[in-house]
Design a binder for this molecule. Sequence first.
Ligand SMILES: [Zn+2]
Length: 140
Amino acid sequence: QKAGSKKVYEIHGSTWQSYCTSCSEVFDYETSYAQSFKEDVPHCEKCGGVLKPDIVFFGENVKHLYECQTLAEEADLLFVVGSSLTVTPAAFLPSMCPGKIVVVNKGDISYAYLHPQKIFIHAEWDIDDFFKAVEEAGRE
Ligand SMILES: [Zn+2]
């Protein structure tokens, strides 16, 4: 997103905003960040309800799953970056890709939902180092 990507699906939400669990008022990052230093459990300044970051907790439904599934099914190339491929349903998405799959993850990954033969490149690299190397290779 910082690089300019406009079509981004944050399947597990983001910390860029929070919302009130009582009145559904949405708060920007700066407001909810400041509120979290005022009290142990941040509360809505309008109704007193508890504020929750707009991230998906375990047991909650992920966001944009249909859109992500459609993109995976149409992709010629899919990057799996910084994922151990263990948490479903997101871990199912790479197996839906008919194209080449590049996995960049410094730690171990699970093959429970993605057969190793479907992986074109598995780089057990630091993400920044990997993409710097890709950028440099693109200049040669
Ligand atoms: Zn509220």
